[in-house]
Design a protein around this ligand. Structure first.
Ligand SMILES: [Zn+2]
Length: 288
């Protein structure tokens, strides 16, 4: 029964089979480059609302139509995801492999989480390991007892590894900065709790007319990023831990001038590395 149940989409057996497939993929083809999340401006996409039956002019019509026609909303979302994969991950970023799953929030809103491996990935995992090894050796070299126990050849080797670690760190940071950002191009963004979405909503604007106009494209991006990429942590919001009341995405975050790699020890022989992007806005999500 258990083996057969793996054919039933959404069952525990199905997800454990899909989980094993992902693990096998990572074992055979190495770690993914990036984890992504995509969600849905479901009340603001005119193309989607053209497919809906009944009246659709007023916001409350649109909201009701989404609730009453989840099959249309979900189909449209998955269709856009396929197009996004084709043009962005495949054509622009040179995709090697991917894995993703759809999820539904309590409000029925479909969204997707996934992993992509890009062909131009410089080997982030190995480079980060080299960065860490270099930093450890650098610390050890501060200890004069340790240094005096080494012969010239060992010292040369350690210096080489420290230099190699620094080069690896620079490479990872340069790569991360081309893929993603946490910077806000707006000078003095207001507290997202008080932000009001512009009218018309930037998700409802068709960019076809401004594709050739760089200034208008930059402006469109700025308005979009400020409207949908800044995290709003409401006091009783879904992101708050029930006991600690802390935001589980760690907002607001600390600003920093440059992208860096941080290491934290989880336990013996287990170290966590984070690529922390340069940030000038405590509320900006990391985005492409
Ligand atoms: Zn939050």
């Amino acid at each position: 029964m258990d083996v057969y149940a793996a054919n039933v989409v959404g069952s525990d057996a199905y997800w454990s089979k899909k989980g094993r497939e992902l693990e096998a993929l990572v074992q055979q083809k190495e770690f993914g480059t990036a984890f992504f999340t995509m969600s849905f401006a479901d009340n603001h996409w005119d193309d989607l609302h053209r497919l809906m039956p009944g009246p659709k002019l007023e916001p409350q019509h649109r909201y009701r139509n989404i609730l009453k026609n989840p099959h249309l909303a979900d189909w449209y979302f998955s269709e856009r995801l396929v197009i996004f994969f084709k043009h962005f991950f495949r054509a622009t970023l040179d995709l090697e492999w991917f894995w993703y799953r759809f999820e539904w929030q309590s409000r029925t809103a479909i969204h997707v989480h996934g992993i992509v491996k890009l062909k131009n990935d410089p080997g982030i995992v190995d480079l980060v390991a080299k960065t860490y090894a270099g930093k450890l050796l650098e610390e050890e070299m501060m200890d004069s007892h340790f240094v005096s126990s080494l012969d010239q050849e060992q010292i040369e080797e350690i210096r080489y590894k420290i230099t190699e670690g620094k080069a690896a760190e620079e490479r990872v940071i340069a790569y991360a900065d081309t893929l993603q950002t946490a910077l806000n191009t707006r000078d003095n963004p207001i507290d997202p709790m008080n932000a009001v979405a512009p009218d018309p909503h930037p998700c409802s604007i068709d960019p076809t007319d401004i594709l050739e106009n760089q200034e208008a494209m930059d402006q469109d991006y700025e308005v979009l990023a400020n409207c949908v990429q800044r995290h709003v942590s409401r006091p009783n919001g879904y992101c708050r831990n029930k006991d600690t009341k802390l935001c589980r995405f760690h907002f607001p975050k600390v600003n920093q001038k440059e992208t860096k790699i941080t290491f934290s020890t989880i336990c013996k022989d287990n170290v966590r590395a984070d690529i922390v992007n340069a940030r000038n806005d405590p509320f900006m999500n990391i985005h492409n």
